[in-house]
Design a protein around this ligand. Structure first.
Ligand code: PEP
Length: 249
């Protein structure tokens, strides 16, 4: 059986506290009995208000990053234990904006992953090539090293979530075609199988992210190796996010 579809909303650095509370309340209404698992990842500052709204529901709370250490001299960072204390179940790690705007490399992402797992958070590891890398025919080697170095010395289990987010498709309105996405997802699954076991890799959810909207989600989710979506811009508009949640296969 394919793993349960996961629709995850990455709010990035958006929304005031009242807006966050309102959007979370709307997501809760839409997600009830919808079929896919739903996760929303507000900015750190809104985690408390969103946690209050989601308490006792099936919608998971996620964070957008976390430190590897549980406490200490790490100015500006948030520890995985702090996120657990706030009610987070998941954490997005290695998002392309972290890699390309803030310079996080695979080694740092690997440390963050270990910290998240040690605290009991389910990590969503983002991988993806730039346009330049794709055009140079280097998409697969880039994905392979992001997976191998990002997951170095980490036992790979079915609880791991990977998001394929081609950098050229994030926030650009230029989605990968279902065929392009499926090809990359199949490669990711094959790479994970090589790092663990085929059966384990078949249970890992691989989300697609990059300009997902209500118009393209169905065709993307119809692909064999696409087990959900990581949604940025469209997760901020409840009408769009609702259609994405409901247009599952
Ligand atoms: C993202 O933030 O992970 C993302 C895919 O953004 P968008 O949907 O806006 O491209």
């Amino acid at each position: 059986m394919p793993p349960r579809t996961l629709i995850a909303g990455n709010w990035k650095m958006n929304l005031t506290l009242p807006e966050s509370r309102h959007l979370a309340q709307e997501v809760l209404k839409v997600a009830a009995g919808a079929g896919p698992e739903v996760m929303i990842a507000p900015p750190f500052t809104a985690l408390t208000v969103v946690a209050e709204v989601l308490a006792g529901s099936e919608v998971s709370l996620g964070a957008q990053n976390c430190c590897w250490a549980s406490q200490g001299a790490f100015t500006g960072e948030i520890s995985p234990l702090m996120l657990r204390e706030l009610g987070c179940a998941m954490v997005i790690l290695g998002h392309s904006e972290r890699r390309h705007v803030f310079g996080e490399d695979n080694a740092m992402i690997n440390r963050r992953l270990k910290g998240a797992l040690a605290a009991g958070l389910r990590p969503v590891l983002c991988v993806g090539e730039t346009l330049e890398e794709r055009q140079a025919g280097r998409a697969n080697p880039v994905l392979k090293s992001q997976l191998e170095e990002g997951l170095d010395a980490i036992p790979i289990g079915a609880g791991l979530i990977v998001a394929y987010e081609p950098v050229w498709a994030i926030g650009t309105g230029q989605t990968a075609t279902p065929g392009q996405a499926q090809e990359a997802h199949a490669f990711i699954r094959e790479t994970l199988a090589g790092m663990s076991q085929k059966i384990v890799a078949s249970e890992i959810r691989i989300l697609y992210g990059g300009s997902v909207n209500e118009g393209n989600v169905e065709a993307l989710l119809a692909q064999a190796d696409i087990n959900g979506a990581l949604v940025g811009g469209a997760a901020l508009k409840i009408e769009s996010f609702a259609r994405i949640i409901r247009h599952h296969v």
